[in-house]
Design a protein around this ligand. Structure first.
Ligand SMILES: C[S@@+](CC[C@H](N)C(=O)[O-])C[C@H]1O[C@@H](n2cnc3c(N)ncnc32)[C@H](O)[C@@H]1O
Length: 198
């Protein structure tokens, strides 16, 4: 495949994602997002517990999202939907009126080898772009069982100008995700989006 063809395909994929997001989020402004939702176990339980919230689960792997959609349908939940997409592309494809109020990143791939750290999702450019799509005082909930990834994330979060680490914010919904059920121990980090005026 030529580089031009590759770029054209990326463009087509992003346009299709943008169209899909505007369809599934039509009429919504406030959204709860789970990035890397896997098979959707955690988010269907969250949506069931918070019927007034509208929830969007995304994962880069289509088969996982297909299974998440089946769960949503079998539970007859109208306040959750699942979309296949890469985190950056989804954030950039959100309709401009959408304001994320809570974002969950639960047990993201830790990329333990140093040469792979560049692939970690939790990085300043991503936090900055995510903040643009968030409501003032939105919260980002991050949980991992990888101590190195947690250390990395705390250090980035402490320097980031758009987010503040909250020591007092509580975890809003305790339910084991698939990866949490396999973890021996884990840590959580909660960030609060600085208000637009600050
Ligand atoms: C380790 S699993 C955790 C799944 C689930 N959150 C849990 O706690 O059981 C990480 C998930 O993130 C997805 N993922 C990895 N990178 C992603 C990205 N850039 N955008 C969207 N999803 C991603 C993977 O496909 C996988 O399902």
């Amino acid at each position: 495949m030529s580089y031009e063809t590759h770029l054209q395909r990326v463009d087509e994929r992003k346009n299709a994602l943008q169209k899909l997001l505007s369809e599934v989020l039509e009429g919504r402004t406030r959204v709860v997002l789970e990035i890397g939702c896997g098979h959707g176990h955690w988010l269907v339980d969250y949506a069931s517990a918070f019927p007034d919230a509208f929830c969007l689960g995304i994962d880069i792997i289509g088969d996982r999202i297909a299974r998440a959609c089946k769960k949503q349908a079998s539970r007859n939940l109208e306040n959750v939907c699942f979309v296949v997409g890469e985190a950056w592309e989804v954030i950039e494809g959100l309709p401009p009126e959408i304001q994320l109020e809570k974002v969950f990143i639960l047990f993201p791939d830790p990329w333990p080898k140093k040469r792979h750290w560049k692939n970690r999702l939790f990085q300043n450019p991503f936090l900055d772009r995510l903040a643009q799509s968030c409501a003032s005082e939105a919260k980002l909930y991050f949980r991992t069982d990888h101590s190195g990834y947690m250390k990395w994330s705390k250090s980035i979060a402490n320097e980031n100008l758009n987010w503040e680490v909250s020591a007092k914010a509580e975890w809003p919904f305790e339910r084991e995700s698939v990866f949490q059920s396999k973890a021996e121990a884990f840590e959580s980090l909660v960030l609060v989006r600085h208000s637009a005026e600050s």
